[in-house]
Design a protein around this ligand. Structure first.
Ligand code: TRP
Length: 337
């Protein structure tokens, strides 16, 4: 039996951070032998809210791919590619766009939250949001379905977007022909890391992140000024003490221990001591990753080669899916009249 397929994507608005790593990247490495994996630099999706900034979008393709390659992936099992190089994704997006209502997209919790974080661009009430941004869940369904992925490693914030994809599968299969399986989301142990400033999500655009490529010194100084509370004891209580709990979570992740063990380890430490310990442990955890990343980033030609191989492999599958879709939708004119 052939392996099940993982597909996942990263927006190319900046380098990847701890939230991406513990939310999704960690699973790409963990399951690389069990699944056939496809990792996509989602440049087209990134343009939806960065359309005025194309240089940022394209230069960060390099950063996100370098971050992924630093996972030391087995490139016989994992394929990396760029979204805009697969025109069939855009084609599927157009077909799928008929199967979703505008109302449903505007009410999607992920879209709503993101609109509230992008008021400068899209207006106080989201009144100036563009068509592309509201529709990104449809294009994301095309990302997932063109390769017929089964499993999607994502952070918790993306669950409502994956729901849109699952709805599209139901609609497509029932109106046309059963071409697609329903994919499922795969959450990690840490589906959400909050920002160092206490904001709900660690995020490139909110400027509250530790990047995977940050140096030891940058990590130390960012942790040092991370928001905590006025309490004195270290506890894990994400509801009432979100900031300190987030740091405890990071501590447990980079030491590969569970939360209870972490809390027990940290008992009696003051915040300052805890923070320097955490920064040290993070730096130790990412030491080899960071070494590999420096090496990878020094060889852009190699990255381009890997992406070209990925484009070729993925294009073949994309053409097969599109042929099936066109046939199901009765727009396969070469066999028609
Ligand atoms: N929307 C995802 C994010 O913001 C990125 C993404 C684009 C993605 N296409 C995808 C994730 C397909 C999973 C599958 O992180």
């Amino acid at each position: 039996m052939s392996k099940k397929i993982i597909l996942t994507g990263d927006r190319t608005s900046g380098a990847l951070h701890l939230g991406h790593y513990f939310g999704s990247l960690i699973n790409r490495k963990k399951y690389e032998n069990e699944y056939e994996t496809f990792i996509m630099a989602a440049d087209v999706q990134t343009l939806t809210d960065n359309f005025e900034n194309p240089a940022k979008v394209s230069s960060n393709v390099f950063e996100t791919i370098a971050d992924n390659l630093a996972l030391d992936l087995d490139l016989d099992q994992t394929t990396l590619f760029i979204q805009s190089q697969i025109p069939q994704i855009a084609e599927l997006t157009v077909f799928f766009s008929n199967l979703v209502t505008l109302n449903k997209l505007l009410r999607n919790p992920t879209i709503k939250t993101e609109l509230s974080q992008k008021k400068e661009l899209f207006g106080e009430e989201g009144e100036s949001v563009n068509f592309g941004f509201v529709g990104y869940p449809v294009s994301q369904a095309a990302d997932i379905l063109f390769i017929k992925a089964d499993v999607i490693p994502v952070g918790e914030d993306q669950l409502p977007v994956i729901e849109v994809c699952r709805d599209i599968v139901d609609k497509f299969n029932s109106i046309y022909k059963p071409v697609f399986n329903k994919p499922t989301a795969m959450l990690s142990q840490a589906p959400r890391i909050i920002g160092l400033d206490g904001k709900a999500k660690m995020s490139k655009s909110l400027g509250n992140a530790i990047y995977l490529k940050d140096s030891d010194e940058e990590t130390i100084s960012k942790i040092k000024v991370a928001k905590t509370d006025s309490g004195t004891s270290i506890e894990y209580d994400p509801e009432n003490r979100p900031e300190i709990s987030n740091l405890v979570m990071l501590y447990s992740l980079c030491n590969e221990i569970d939360i209870d063990t972490a809390v027990n380890d940290l008992k009696g430490l003051n915040y300052g001591t805890f923070k320097s310990k955490l920064a040290q442990d993070l730096n130790a955890y990412f030491k080899e990753f960071r070494q590999r990343r420096v090496e990878i980033a020094s060889n852009p030609k190699k990255i381009l080669e890997i992406l070209e191989k990925g484009r070729e492999k993925v294009s073949l599958r994309a053409s097969q899916t599109i042929a099936e879709v066109r046939q199901a939708m009765q727009i396969d004119y070469e066999n028609k009249f």
